[in-house]
Design a protein around this ligand. Structure first.
Ligand SMILES: O=P(O)(O)OC[C@H]1O[C@](O)(COP(=O)(O)O)[C@@H](O)[C@@H]1O
Ligand SMILES: [Mg+2]
Ligand SMILES: [Mg+2]
Length: 348
């Protein structure tokens, strides 16, 4: 590993003396410090008692783990004194006001994939940095209801076999790995580039019967492999940890889908727009990939509320575009059966 340290990378980002860039860099540095504390807690597993269930639910009704709460507390306290006007989190119903004169708003999923902790599967922390909206009548929540295309920075920490930081400051996406020898994050992959095409998809297949027809047909065609209209075999993955799936896709391509489905509470999918889909979409687009609500670009959606859910498809550009076509192009559905076969009409 011979890349720049996170500190050096952020120093070159702030070299032009821009105050906003300096604020963003300060926030990333604080988050990175707190993430190393979470890494220790996650690493203790059952020995640490931090992974036990609290028996309470968050604003979205998910069962909370101690570690969800601890992570939220830790990130909130690491941002005290930072140039951050307000903090929003999956674990808090409403944003917390920090320094009203500051320029930034930070939204976080403090611990993503926490239902996996007991199984020793990678979990992570997702963050989104937005400009804080100002004005006498501006409520802190409004800063978080800006479309994702206004994000100044976004990223996630992954607590896995390696502790990683995936970061975009708006131009490219970089991967840093924590070096325990050096005691800091070191750039491991400069300007990540997601391959345009893929033969790997990730979806929770157990929901098949609840999906709408467009998603079922897309998946049917992947499963048909070389005998179907795709004329090649597909591989499938499902880790049930968004950060782990995103990391794999950034490294080697693929598509992730968490679509809307017919179950109660899943009519807009499962994932949250403001602090899950938006930051992941920002990272993926800055790495040459695409992210949609299965139809519309995620980064153009205007959130209606802080904890809003959204159907999510992201990854290799041509594959994400193909999912949208199953929704909007009647030829993909109506004429699919007669054209099914070796004619190659639907090749991505
Ligand atoms: O269990 P399911 O329905 O497959 O959902 C898995 C998804 O839920 C999540 O765990 C939701 O995140 P939280 O753990 O932060 O609630 C994602 O990481 C993952 O992609
Ligand atoms: Mg999450
Ligand atoms: Mg979470």
């Amino acid at each position: 590993m011979s890349g720049a340290t996170l500190e050096a990378y952020l120093a070159s980002y702030t070299a032009n003396g821009d105050d906003l860039a300096r604020d963003v860099a300060a926030v990333i540095q604080r988050l990175a410090k707190a993430a190393l504390e979470i890494r220790k807690l996650v690493g203790q597993g059952a020995l640490g008692a931090a992974n036990a269930s609290r028996g309470t639910s968050n604003a979205d009704g998910d069962l909370r783990k101690n570690l969800d709460i601890l992570s939220d507390d830790l990130f909130l306290s690491c941002l005290q004194g930072a140039p951050v006007a307000c903090y929003a989190s999956e674990e808090l119903e409403k944003p917390v006001l920090l320094e009203p004169s500051a320029r930034l708003a930070v939204a976080m999923d403090p611990l993503d994939g926490s239902s996996n902790i007991d199984a020793n599967i990678s979990v992570g922390t997702i963050f989104s940095v937005l400009p804080a909206l100002k004005g006498p009548d501006v409520d802190p929540t409004q800063s978080f209801l800006q479309p994702g295309n206004r994000q100044l920075a976004a990223g996630f920490f992954l607590y896995g076999p390696q502790t990683a930081l995936v970061l975009s400051l708006g131009k490219g996406t970089e991967i840093f790995i924590f070096s325990s020898r050096l005691g800091c994050f070191v750039e491991a992959c400069k300007s990540v580039s997601i391959p345009e095409r893929t033969s790997e998809f990730a979806i929770n297949m157990s929901n098949y019967r609840h999906w709408e027809e467009a998603i079922r047909l897309y998946v049917d065609d992947c499963l048909a492999g070389s005998d179907g209209p795709r004329e090649r075999d597909f591989n499938m993955r499902w880790i049930a940890s968004l950060v782990a799936e995103a990391f794999r896709i950034l490294c080697r391509g693929g598509i992730f889908l968490y679509p809307a489905d017919g179950r109660k509470g899943y009519h807009q999918g499962r994932l949250r727009l403001v602090y899950e889909a938006n930051p992941i979409a920002f990272l993926v687009e800055n790495a040459g990939g695409a992210a949609t609500s299965c139809v519309t670009r995620i980064l153009d959606l205007i959130p209606e509320n802080l904890h809003q859910r959204v159907p999510l498809a992201f990854g290799s550009r041509r594959e994400v575009a193909r999912v949208a076509r199953y929704h909007v192009d009647p030829n993909m559905i109506g004429e699919r059966a007669p054209l099914f076969g070796k004619r190659g009409l639907f090749r991505a």
